[in-house]
Design a protein around this ligand. Sequence first.
Ligand code: O2Y
Ligand code: MN
Length: 604
Amino acid sequence: MTLKEQLSSWTQNETLKSWVIEQADLCQPEKIHLCEGGEEEYQLFIQQLLKSKTIVQLNTKLRPNSFLANSDPADVARVESKTFICSDSKEDAGPTNNWQDPEEMETLLKGLFKGCMKGRTMYVIPYCMGPINSKLSHIGIEITDSPYVVCSMAIMARIGRKALDFLGQKTFIPGMHSVGVPLEENEIDVPWPCNPKNRYIVHFPSKKSIWSFGSGYGGNALLGKKCFALRIASVLAKEQGWLAEHMLILGLTSPEGQKKYFAAAFPSACGKTNLAMMTASLPGWKVECVGDDIAWMRFGEDGQLYAINPENGFFGVAPGTSFQSNPNAMYAMSKNTLFTNVALTEEGDVWWEGMTQERPERMKDWLGHDWVDKMSGSKAAHPNARFTAKASQCPIIDPMWEDPKGVPIEGIIFGGRRSTTIPLVFQSFNWQHGTFLGTTISSETTAAAEGSVGKLRHDPFAMLPFCGYHMADYFRHWLEMGKKSDPEKLPKIFYVNWFKKDSDGKFLWPGFGDNSRVLKWMFESIQGKDVKEKSSIGYLPKESSLDVSGLHIDPLTLKKLFEVNKEDWTCEIKEIKNYFKLFKDKLPKEIEEELDELEIRIHR
Ligand code: O2Y
Ligand code: MN
């Protein structure tokens, strides 16, 4: 069958057909596979990946239908330095994005993609971000030459026939992906082909297209996630009047059976997945998970903000995840899971630092080398090792998680990893002040991110690596969304910091399940209970209004957790002022005013 005939029996969408033909001409693959989705097709790719030694099968008794991939050591994380927003003008991308002239970039990419799939199969994956048939969902098509990417996309998004049927004649976001390693005739492939010297993760906001070359890993290659659902979607959201956010979504139910949904933005490596799947330590309180990473939110006709999780799975960090820290994540990955860069035990199961207190004696580390405890200072799993598992496997997945209408958001939480200054929790005075708080998010870096550890990195709205246009215009969009809405129905905005330390460097707050105490306080504040009082930085919990029953926390520690130290905040304001210089006169005057008013209140 010719490609044209194959395509005609696959889709009636003429734009899609011509695009696939055009890309096949460019990439010159040996074969083309038009994905239908489903378990049978998934198993076909799994067999291929086993044969190419990209993955190994885990012990089917311990971890049914689960596999481990070891990536090339040069391809282990998102590469922000090689991520580009190619808007029509440099000014549109803003000071926080890498920019290159779109025409020049197109020429460069066409050169790289020319013949890049020689000797390989080109997979065409239709995928739906969000529940099928939801008005909030959008369709993307990813073309890739990596069967590992196809399997990952099959977990992370709703792929194949169902997405294609939902697409019909509508438009889609095209995404081209190649590992960038064409094969000569009879050349034997390596298990993890990639091209680290020629990596480009490129977004064209005007054309709404994505091109990714040279990496087969995570956020660089699973184009539905960061590339589409955040960078391109943030542009769509601005144009169409909605919000595409780097936020988890959770439902919180009180002992009385009342339920409220929250969306929360934290920079990468601040425990979003743990919060989204938390087992509340407070008796009678229950957290359920809608999503752990991305939220698409739109105001409904009733004036309420509704959110969907555009994803279908979790691409969670494995190191540090355990039955103590996040049992629900552990259950979610107990079967049908694709692991990447964790260690392999002698029993054929997975292991990573922090998974158990006792380390297995012998393992293969993430590089495939024999790893013997004690002798070795090296890590068995890469710090950015991942598990890819379906959201439906999470024991506390919310019953409404696939509701096409979305879930009503009553609280928005911002936060970062800060050892000083920022109290455990406070609430903004209003939407504009809350927007300002979002602009000020900063976090101390950890080993999971690029660059040095423990440095303060400004990460407004936790969107620094993910905003597809000028960050100051994004601030303005948030302000506009608030102005257009009914102030009574706007979600309340909070700021949290689970990571404040004492002078000995010890965490002041236990975190994890005890964060439910903070969620309870927010819940009651939204209910209008008398739990908050004005301070210079926002509303703080009134004395005794944070439920610390059974926690054995001493009053001095509590005092430190909520302290607003004048000196610290003077430095903080200076730091924010300095950061805001980046946006020059594009910084909305409302944000500048909020900073000025904060300064006045602090020095009053
Ligand atoms: O390193 C990668 O490719 C993954 S990054 C990631 C994955 C899941 C959720 N969030 C993130 C992130 O960096 O925010
Ligand atoms: Mn993330």
